[in-house]
Ligand binder design. Structure first.
Ligand code: 9MR
Length: 373
């Protein structure tokens, strides 16, 4: 981390060279505020442009105690075919985390959704003993990843296997070959390969009215996993919030705080810890005016974080990117005015936004909890 003196001299050098001054460091960092309460704070980081951007890396080093590869551990990136593991991009992020004393989070061993399987896996011929072949492939995948990154302390083992419209389980080539037991098997394999890691089921159900079926489906899955003895420690709540449009997918519906609390109560009642794995706020339907747009984004996050951090079971908070310009939301349904979205704690100018302060305020107000050992 840069010392205050180094920051000052950088500022002076920047002015002398006619550049804008670097953003003033926000102290204490979000990671320090989180740690003081027994939480870990971090962000998703992708290779390519975000990773090559030194000013962005500086924000992450300053603010975060943890990173999670945004795409680099997904089958479609890592597995060009059934024999190869292309570890290069994930290795670069793992080295960055190690070099900066950060925890590495794992996303994800099985994004159980055909849309995010590589084509070869969707079309795979599992032969005459499909269940055995599919399990062998899954086992090889999970063992290789966990062995390569033993520093990963929490893994999204299964991601988004509930259909958000129906609440039912998704089918993939793997579940067709080995049945829906693919889910339990994934957790058992992960426990064996990463015995000290926290293992999560991760999904994007939210607190909007239109998420009711999704929430029900996730609860049914959590009950089933527990009943079947699958080693699941954590419910990963992605926390892709939307504000101004009710629900970010349908564009309608209101926040259902009571139902949301009931959902969380049921999950923690079953013994699950909680991780907020992918926080950002879609401002697609908010008015263009920047101060009021940033305020509404920050207020939505603060309300959500206050509620979630009131649960001592919540142990991790991760932003899905720390600056607006690299957010995946820039590539999704545009705002009607086509202006860039502002879903992240820092702006494209690398300056902290009200959302950064909202996260800090929520962490400051959070009760202390026992951290994961
Ligand atoms: O942010 C990710 C984006 O860069 C990818 O194109 C996309 C598909 O792999 O996934 C995005 O991240 C998703 C995450 O992996 C799972 N939850 C939803 C996230 C946003 O779509």
């Amino acid at each position: 981390m840069l010392t205050r003196r180094a920051c000052l001299s950088l500022t002076a050098a920047g002015f002398a060279a006619g550049f804008a001054s670097p953003a003033p460091a926000q102290e204490p960092s979000l990671s320090a505020l989180a740690k003081a309460k027994g939480l870990n704070f971090g962000t998703a980081l992708g290779t390519g442009k975000p990773f090559e951007d030194a000013r962005y890396r500086e924000i992450i080093i300053r603010e975060c105690g943890m990173i999670v590869p945004e795409n680099e551990l997904k089958w479609y990136v890592l597995r060009p075919d059934d024999k190869t593991f292309a570890f290069g991009r994930a290795d670069a992020l793992a080295a960055f985390a190690r070099g900066n004393g950060m925890i590495l989070r794992g996303h994800t061993l099985l994004w159980h959704h055909p849309r995010w399987f590589p084509a070869w896996l969707n079309d795979y011929d599992f032969g005459s003993r499909p269940a055995a072949k599919a399990e062998a492939m899954l086992s090889q995948h999970i063992r290789h990843l966990c062995a390569r990154y033993p520093q990963i302390q929490s893994w999204d083992v299964v991601n988004e296997t509930i259909n958000d419209k129906t609440g039912e389980l998704r089918e993939t080539s793997l579940s067709k070959a080995m049945g829906q037991g693919v889910l339990e098997t994934s957790f058992h394999l992960a426990r064996e390969a990463a015995p000290n890691a926290k293992l999560a089921y991760n999904d994007y159900m939210g607190w909007n009215a239109s998420d009711a079926k999704h929430r029900d489906g996730v609860l049914r899955l959590l009950e089933r996993l527990k009943k079947n003895g699958a080693p699941v420690d954590v419910l990963g709540i992605q926390s892709h919030l939307g504000v101004g449009q009710g629900d970010q997918v349908t564009g309608s519906g209101a926040r259902q705080e009571r139902e949301w609390r009931r959902f969380i109560d049921e999950a923690v009642g079953m013994g699950y810890d909680l991780s907020l794995t992918e926080l950002d706020i879609n401002d697609k339907a908010l008015p263009a005016d920047l101060p009021s747009r940033d305020r509404a984004v920050a207020d939505e996050a603060k309300a959500f974080l206050d509620l979630m951090l009131s649960y001592p079971q919540t142990k991790e908070v991760l932003a899905w990117g720390m600056t607006d310009q690299y957010s995946w939301l820039q590539g999704t349904t545009p705002r009607p005015d086509n202006l860039p979205k502002r879903p992240s704690p820092y702006g494209a100018d690398y300056q902290a936004k009200p959302l950064r302060e909202a996260i800090a305020a929520a962490l400051r107000a959070a009760p202390e909890r026992t951290p994961w050992g």
